[in-house]
Design a protein around this ligand. Structure first.
Ligand code: AMP
Length: 552
């Protein structure tokens, strides 16, 4: 063995703060409040406020390793928690405000959170589970709507303002105060819980190291490509999978951050994108579907010339949406795949040269795929018997991943069946992988449709249905069938004021798929049921309509 001579310098979130203060002190963090007014603070102020937050938490008795929950929208104080809590060696635990109160109580107790930071506007939700909390000693309330805060709640901003930040010399002077303790890079920085559609939610603890490596690779030019001249709008909530790591990616690079608060309707987001000259925005397909419909209705109203790309992930972005943004509005979509268990970025749909030269169709197909793996994320897919499948773009199997920001276990060792003996994580996504490494999700394993022994991709059918001009959204799920075991059923949501006969939808699909793939039945509904992270809840559709073919 011949060792390298380099320093064992820790990859820590504290360094992001130090770098922000020393190199990008004037970079901005803009937050929009419930009253839609924006306010701005600099990275230098963010440093001081994060340090004062850590000081205040220390005064309340918070020690390294302690977990602090947040129940908040996207805003500057949430960013201070993202930065200040890990930098003092404690762990920030984001609670998903869309979960039922009983699950929020379960998760807070499971993580043994000692304090909670909660938005004043979310207190009614918090009150629904406060009495069930077993470990929480302090409740800090962010006065997001400016209203009063009564005991036993503590006023977050008043606590921060009451502290004095360390006077700082120039450059990277060694930190004093709560950030002075050296943090081991393998220590937990943040805990996120999976959405738990099967069984209890399970915790994943991102380390400082995984968070920083993820931020570095995620901001590479051929990934999200984030630089100091960017204006980044994470629409994806900070309470879900670290807002895809965007706050850290932006902070690492000195980009301006714009937080939308609670107003996530298309018009409010478009106004914010225009007024802040946003260059990169990120969110789930539902958000972008609404924005596309708004832009189609009023194509000239918003000047989006500053926007370089919109990152779409969390569920499949249909090719028709990607094409619609580009062809009708000149806006570039970047499709990405990830999971809570992968910090969360796993793959991203950049077009490699080899595909680019093949022309428009190949390019769109690559951009509508879940993409190629990020550097240091390795992918493979396996069949039911665990056999590794070839990268032929055809054989479907469960995607498995490994890498420095893929979890190796869940908090408290639950869910061991999700990990293989040779060190891979089983994603539960059914995919194909092609010769260039592009991953295409065909289904979630629990949603697969097996008809007469053959797999039918519900995702492919949904994407094709959503390309029909009258369809706003479509979910395809398994119906029980006396002969074939299962057959596809399509749930359709029409665009306002539009419909089409069933035969037209069938003909539309028949152009693209073999006959046995075509749904046996269509149901028209007002809204596709969704889970807490905005994904289609097909179990609910199966419960409601799964036996219609038997009765037919
Ligand atoms: P979560 O842990 O809540 O973020 O959910 C992760 C799951 O979301 C993945 O396992 C996929 O099933 C789904 N998902 C995430 N991104 C995409 C995408 N781009 N296309 C299709 N499904 C996605």
């Amino acid at each position: 063995m011949f060792d390298g001579t380099m320093m064992g310098f820790p990859l820590s979130i504290g360094h992001l703060l130090e770098r922000g203060r020393a190199i990008f002190p004037d970079s901005e963090v803009v937050s929009r409040g419930p009253d839609k007014r924006t306010r701005s603070q600099t990275y230098e102020q963010t440093y001081a406020r994060s340090e004062k937050l850590a000081r205040a938490l220390g005064r309340l008795g918070v020690r390294p390793g302690d977990r602090i929950a947040t129940l908040s929208w996207n805003h500057a104080q949430h960013l201070e928690c993202y930065l200040g809590i890990p930098a003092m060696g404690a762990v920030v635990h984001t609670l998903n405000i869309r979960l039922p109160p009983s699950e929020l109580a379960y998760i807070t107790n499971h993580a043994e959170d000692v304090a909670v930071v909660v938005d004043r506007t979310l207190l009614p939700l918090f009150e629904k589970f406060r009495s069930e909390l077993k470990t929480v000693k302090h409740i800090l309330v962010v006065r997001d709507d400016g209203g009063p805060i009564e005991p036993p709640f503590l006023d977050y901003d008043a606590l921060v303002d009451a502290e004095t930040a360390c006077p700082r010399a120039v450059g990277f002077t060694p930190p004093e105060g709560p950030f002075a303790a050296t943090v081991d890079e393998n220590q937990a920085a943040m805990i996120c819980y999976t959405s738990g559609t099967t069984g209890n939610p399970k915790g994943v603890a991102y380390s400082h190291r995984s968070t920083i490596l993820h931020a570095m690779v995620g901001s590479m030019r051929d990934m999200m490509g984030i630089g100091c001249d960017d204006v980044v709008l994470p629409v994806v909530p900070m309470f879900h999978a670290a807002a895809w790591g965007l706050p850290y990616m932006a902070y690492l690079n000195g980009a301006k951050l714009v937080f939308p608060g609670c107003h996530l309707d298309p018009e409010s987001l478009l106004d914010l994108m225009v007024s802040q000259r946003v260059t990169l925005a990120a969110g789930v397909p539902t958000i972008w579907n609404g924005i596309l419909a708004k832009l189609d209705a009023e194509p000239k109203r918003w000047d989006l010339s500053s926007v370089r790309t919109m990152i779409i992930g969390g569920s499949a972005a249909p090719a028709s949406m990607i094409e619609g943004f580009e062809k009708r509005h000149g806006l570039v979509v970047t499709h990405a795949w990830g999971m809570t268990e992968t910090n969360p970025l796993g793959t991203l749909a950049r077009v490699v040269q080899k595909v680019r030269v093949r022309g428009e169709e190949a390019i769109l197909s690559a951009r509508a795929s879940q993409g190629i793996p990020a550097a240091f994320v390795e992918t493979r897919h396996v069949d039911d018997s665990g056999q590794i499948l070839p990268w032929d773009g055809a054989k479907m199997g469960e995607l498995e991943v490994r890498g420095p920001w893929v979890t190796r276990s869940y908090v408290s060792g639950e869910g061991t069946d999700r990990f293989t003996e040779d060190g891979w994580f089983k994603t539960g996504d059914i995919v194909t992988i092609d010769a260039e490494g592009y991953v295409r999700i065909t289904d979630r394993s629990k949603d697969v449709i097996k008809s007469g022994g053959e797999w039918i991709s519900s995702v492919a059918l949904e994407n094709a249905l959503m390309a029909h001009p009258a369809v706003l959204e479509a979910a395809v799920f398994a119906g029980q069938h006396p002969k074939w075991g299962e057959r596809p059923i399509a749930a359709i949501v029409w665009k306002p004021g539009q419909t089409a006969p069933e035969s037209e939808l069938a003909a539309h699909l028949a152009e693209r798929f073999p006959k046995y793939w075509l749904p046996d039945h269509y149901v028209v509904i007002d809204q596709i049921p969704r889970n807490s992270t905005g994904k289609f809840l097909k179990s609910k559709l199966r419960d409601q309509y799964g036996d219609v073919l038997v009765a037919k």
